[in-house]
Structures are given as structure tokens and as C-alpha cells.
Design a protein around this ligand. Sequence first.
Ligand code: SF4
Length: 71
Amino acid sequence: MKTKEAVVFKIAWNACIKCGACVAVCPQEAGFTSEFDTIAEHAACDIACMFCETVCPVSAITHKMLAAEVE
Ligand code: SF4
């Protein structure tokens, strides 16, 4: 039985200004990034602090509960 609800993030690339704020506040291990220097997209995040969503100046980050996508 799962004890943590992991999430996966989605980034609206047409809105992202590549400011790097999401990576700066992210407590995940180094490397939880995309090729565009944002937090990783479509990768499981088991911390789910949502700091990245909060800090993003253009609200480009959204998430889904991983359990809702994968059994
Ligand atoms: S905080 Fe938002 S605008 Fe800045 S790099 Fe991350 S997703 Fe893009």
C-alpha cells in the first residue's frame, strides 16, 4: 500500500520563461530537471511539496497525482 502520493508535473512550455525559479526551490536531488532547466516533467516526484508551482511567476506548472495515472 502506498504511503505517499507521488505527483508528476506538467509544464506549459508556451508560458514558461525559463527563469529557473522552480529548480532553485526544488528539494529533489540534483538532476530532477528538464532539458530546458526547469523541474523534470513527466517524472515521479515523491516529495510533492509543490514549491515549484508556488514560485513559478507565470503559473506554468501543474501536476497530477501519480496514482491516478498508474495503478
Ligand atoms: S518557474 Fe515557471 S517560468 Fe520559471 S523555469 Fe520554472 S516553469 Fe518556467
